[in-house]
Design a protein around this ligand. Structure first.
Ligand code: FAD
Length: 341
């Protein structure tokens, strides 16, 4: 019997991790990744890759917490393995600081990260403008190495990857049994999703190897996230702004804000400016859909709209998407013979 064919559209962190979970869940399927861009040219390459969840107002908190827990456990295991440096995954400790104490004393993810606690008075002396803070250890992905590591795992599992812009999901109907939409902000045009909008983010990637702790100003408007090779300084959140051009005034503003939190950054070198469009929605779109045209059906699984938190929840949502693909396959005619997938 010919293998069932699954196409994944998109090669950011969501498409690649979803492809990998499909291979793990349905080992007899033939999986292909089709994408207009691959690393280093995706939004996922621009991200800081910190595991600090963003809250999706339209999704139940227990679901978001489960996605985060699964992602944290998966990356924690990688960080504890010989793969850690190639995959770009490492633990990082630091502080989330507030000028006014937040409404909730502890966020929903406080018992998933490690050692979450209020900052001591002595620690807060580092931030004279701030009254309150939380210290914890979390994980960080260095994004381009992590995406390359995922690509390598996919290739080793026999997944084909092609550069291709998909203008309409129906283009794929004759060749694939199931199509998985992981197009990020591209889904706005690809499936005409008006609920999906960009939140533009500009960041600086600098050489400052002496900065070892992360610093996040409460609402996440200013942050300093040290990675293995570069420190990410941010940021901006500009709703409905589609521009991918760096703005020099914003670069200076980000740099000044970060230096006010960590004055030693005045000595940072080799400043590179990056811009990305967060694919934002009230909730991640993670569902099955059966499209129908003139009696012909196309089975689709959507997994996009991760906004400011795609890295923080990617493995959890990828696992759920892979289960939806398995359900689509089980519902195909003659599915009993495919029960073992
Ligand atoms: P993308 O990375 O954009 O991938 C989409 C893919 O689909 C691309 O390969 C694209 O080429 C392809 N595609 C689109 N349309 C088509 C089409 N029609 N045909 C074929 N292919 C198509 N998240 C965190 O968790 N932690 C952070 O610290 C963090 N920091 C961030 C900082 C910034 C400045 C930004 C911008 C984002 C940050 N994020 C962070 C959010 C995170 O980057 C996103 O949630 C995540 O990258 C979304 O991944 P994605 O795979 O859905 O999208």
């Amino acid at each position: 019997m010919a293998a069932l064919k699954v196409a994944v559209v998109g090669a950011g962190v969501i498409g690649l991790s979803t492809g990998l979970c499909i291979v793990e869940t349905c080992p007899s399927c033939s999986v292909t990744v089709l994408s207009e861009q691959f690393s280093p040219n995706t939004t996922s390459d621009v991200a800081a890759g910190m595991l600090i969840p963003h809250t999706y107002p339209g999704t139940a908190i227990h679901v978001q917490k489960q996605w985060f827990k699964e992602t944290f456990s998966y990356l924690f295991a990688i960080s504890n393995s010989a793969e850690a440096s190639e995959a770009g995954i490492h633990l990082v400790s630091g502080w989330q600081i507030f000028k006014n104490p937040p409404r909730e004393e502890s966020p929903f993810w406080s018992d998933v990260v490690l050692g979450f606690r209020p900052m001591s008075k002595a620690e807060l002396q580092k931030f004279p403008q701030h009254q309150f803070g939380q210290a914890f250890t979390t994980l960080k992905c260095d994004c381009p190495p992590y995406l390359l590591w995922l690509e390598k795992r996919l290739k080793a599992a026999g997944v084909q990857m092609y550069t291709r812009k998909v203008s309409d999901l129906w283009e794929l109907q004759s060749e694939y049994n199931v199509v998985v939409n992981c197009a990020g902000i591209g889904a706005h045009h690809l499936v005409g999703d008006e609920k999906l909008f960009p939140v533009r983010g500009q960041v600086l990637k600098v050489h400052a190897p002496w900065v070892k702790n992360f610093i996040r100003d409460g609402d996440g408007s200013t942050y300093i996230y040290p990675g293995i090779h570069r420190v990410t300084l941010g940021g901006t959140r500009e709703k409905e702004n589609w521009s991918l051009s760096p703005d020099p005034g914003t670069t200076k503003d980000i740099f000044d804000r970060c230096c006010s939190l960590e004055p030693s950054l005045q000595g940072a070198q080799d400043v590179k400016v990056k811009v990305g469009l967060r694919p934002s929605r009230q909730s991640v779109r993670l569902n099955r859909e059966v499209l129908s045209q003139g009696g012909v059906k196309l089975l689709v699984v959507h997994n996009y709209g991760h906004g400011a938190g795609g890295f923080s929840v990617h493995r959890g949502t990828a696992k759920e998407a892979a289960h939806l693909v398995a359900e689509c396959i089980a519902a195909l005619p003659g599915s009993s013979s495919r029960a073992k997938l």
